[in-house]
Ligand binder design. Structure first.
Ligand SMILES: Nc1ncnc2c1ncn2[C@@H]1O[C@H](COP(=O)(O)OP(=O)(O)OP(=O)(O)O)[C@@H](O)[C@H]1O
Ligand SMILES: [Mg+2]
Length: 276
């Protein structure tokens, strides 16, 4: 079980100069507890990836602080691993070479790393595909290779930005099931971004609904479904209640991003006037 805690304290971030400046994140605070899987959902373009970049250390907030284990994040580091939607596998390296890449670069012993890479690839079900190149792997397999590549660094925090987006429905469901098992086994602190409510509820310990831009926490919902999770739980009334609440909030925030008054009826009236 991971002991790492992430503390995001009153951060703000904007882009552009003076007149064209736009605030993307405003006075945003959030704690991800040790061993917790915290899922963020928010309207498209609200600033989720901007937040991921700040936590990863690829960019700095304008104000506020982000702390991992009480230490301020100022640059990228292998204590945080990010898995994106786009594959970052190196095309001319085999799966096992891809997994070994980071630790080898840091000068760790090849023999030890090879053993660990083989173990992780077996764990993510790619035992038969170690010598294949990324192009020879299906979308789901590539995502699992990415997971192994992140896990070999033993990060304190896993950051996942819509990692299963773009997969077909069946592969996505299998990845969710696979990933939830992996999480339940390793218990690593995880900040997970998705735009899929069912995925969010299935995975999350806590679900955070983000507001429209400039984004901040709209509501935190504790998902009390027991672990280990299985898909049938999503059919239970409890899960349905979570979904209803999160969808209503998301819908309100998405409407705001359409630059209407934010009132649902105004928006619907506007639509019906246009279409009708
Ligand atoms: N480096 C940058 N320079 C200027 N604007 C940026 C930069 N990065 C992000 N933005 C702007 O910040 C806003 C939020 O973008 P971001 O990618 O964080 O949203 P998102 O919530 O991840 O969206 P999606 O759901 O589509 O993935 C967008 O309007 C985007 O144009
Ligand atoms: Mg994004």
């Amino acid at each position: 079980m991971s002991e790492a805690t992430l503390d995001i304290k009153n951060i703000s971030k904007g882009f552009g100069e003076f007149w064209s400046r736009e605030e993307i994140i405003l006075d945003f605070s959030l704690t991800v507890h040790a061993g917790e899987l915290l899922v963020l959902v928010g309207p498209s373009g609200c600033g989720k990836s901007t937040l991921v970049n700040l936590v990863a250390g690829f960019d700095r907030p304008d104000t506020g602080k982000i702390l991992l284990n009480n230490k301020e994040i100022t640059s990228p580091g292998h204590d945080r691993m990010v898995v994106f939607q786009e594959t970052a596998l190196i095309p001319w390296q085999t799966t096992v070479q891809n997994v070994m890449f980071g630790p080898l670069l840091r000068g760790e012993s090849r023999e030890k790393i090879l053993e660990e890479a083989n173990r992780l690839l077996d764990k993510v079900g790619l035992g038969e595909f170690k010598e294949k190149f990324p192009i020879q792997l299906s979308g789901g397999m590539q995502r699992r290779a990415e997971l192994a590549r992140a896990m070999i660094n033993h990060p304190d925090l896993m950051i996942m930005d819509e990692p299963f987006r773009g997969l077909d429905a069946m592969s996505r469901e299998l990845m969710q099931e696979f990933f939830v098992r992996l999480f339940e086994e390793t218990g690593r602190t995880n900040l997970f971004v998705t735009s899929e409510i069912d995925e969010a509820i299935f995975l999350a310990d806590r679900l955070v609904v983000l507001s429209n831009r400039p984004t901040s926490v709209r509501k935190t919902i504790e998902i009390k479904l027991p672990r280990p999770r299985d898909f049938l739980m999503l059919r239970e009334t409890e899960a349905y209640e979570y979904k209803k609440e999160a969808m209503e909030l998301l819908h309100e925030e998405a409407i705001k991003s359409f630059k209407t008054s934010g009132d649902r009826r105004d928006f619907l009236t506007a639509v019906s006037k246009k279409t009708g």
